[in-house]
Design a protein around this ligand. Structure first.
Ligand code: ADP
Length: 271
């Protein structure tokens, strides 16, 4: 807390009052610290793939390019690192647009259960077309049949569902089941996605929606993650006045919840 006093002095010289101004600087400091951390995180995150690319390129220049056994592999690594940097930059652009409130939501009335089913259909298709080396998984659905029309930004919502589903797959064991549900209460819609994966340690759970936070950095990076997916999802859901959170038990699995405000329309509203 930061403050200042000023005395209110009359012409006669008598002090008639004291004005005391108090500012809460903890919030300001927090924002400033987050900004600094963010810049240092971005620099670090971009430096890592660049340094790794540099060393592979140096090895190639030093003669590895002539070795057919290793040259393609080294080139492949540099390509993967480039792809990851491109993904990170587009994620960062996405976030900064949402931060600046430049992006007002492109709201439209959408049948949310149809949209959720559509996203899950795409993931089901991916299993069918996966080759033998890719992970197998099963998606189970528990989605209300009632049509639930909500005003949402379709692209942003698809991006959130995609992020969470992709994580569920990424962190699931071979043959894992992913349970997806969509339920309505009297003024909310609750969507949940549960996996049977490795889970998230209790101490990390409060941070997973922070930018660049990863439970196991090396592992997440090797899976191509940017550490920004959940931060973007949180911004998007909060822009819809909703909430997103996770419960997890290590070694058993994780559930992500999305709660969106929903006002069921009455027949009368359409008259
Ligand atoms: P990333 O691109 O690394 O996946 P995210 O922002 O999507 O970044 O997720 C942040 C971190 O949260 C991940 O690195 C991972 O450690 C953890 N995480 C997210 N989803 C799951 C999940 N379903 N199971 C276990 N850990 C998860």
């Amino acid at each position: 807390l930061q403050g200042g006093f000023s005395l209110i002095q009359r012409e006669t010289g008598f002090i008639s009052g004291i004005v005391c101004v108090l500012h809460d600087i903890t919030e300001q400091e927090k924002i400033e610290r987050e900004r600094r951390d963010f810049v240092s995180n971005v620099s670090h995150e971009l430096r890592t793939p660049l340094t790794s690319m540099k060393s592979y390129l140096e090895a190639l220049i030093d003669g590895a390019w002539q070795d057919p056994a290793i040259a393609p592999k080294f080139l492949q690594v540099t390509q993967e690192e480039t792809d990851r940097m491109i993904r990170m930059i587009s994620d960062l652009l996405n976030l900064s647009r949402m931060d600046a409130s430049e992006s007002t939501l492109a709201l439209e009335y959408v049948n949310i259960n149809r949209l959720f089913n559509h996203v899950l259909d795409r993931f089901d298709m991916m299993i069918q077309s996966a080759d033998q080396f890719e992970k197998k998984y099963t998606i189970k659905r528990e989605i209300t049949n009632r049509q639930i029309w909500m005003e949402i930004d379709t692209d942003k919502m698809i991006q959130v569902f995609d992020n969470i589903m992709n994580n569920a797959l990424k962190y699931s064991p071979e043959g894992g089941v992913i349970n997806c549900s969509l339920k309505e209460t009297h003024d909310n819609v609750i969507i949940s996605i549960t996996d049977e994966g490795m889970g998230i340690p209790k101490k990390d759970l409060p941070h997973i929606f922070d930018r660049f936070y990863r439970v196991d950095k090396a592992r997440a990076r090797s899976m191509g993650g940017t550490g920004l997916g959940l931060a973007i999802s949180k911004e998007a859901i909060e822009k819809h006045n909703g909430k997103i959170w996770a419960n997890s038990i290590e070694g058993e699995g994780t559930t992500f919840y999305i709660l969106l405000p929903y006002v069921p329309y009455e027949e009368d509203d359409w008259e």
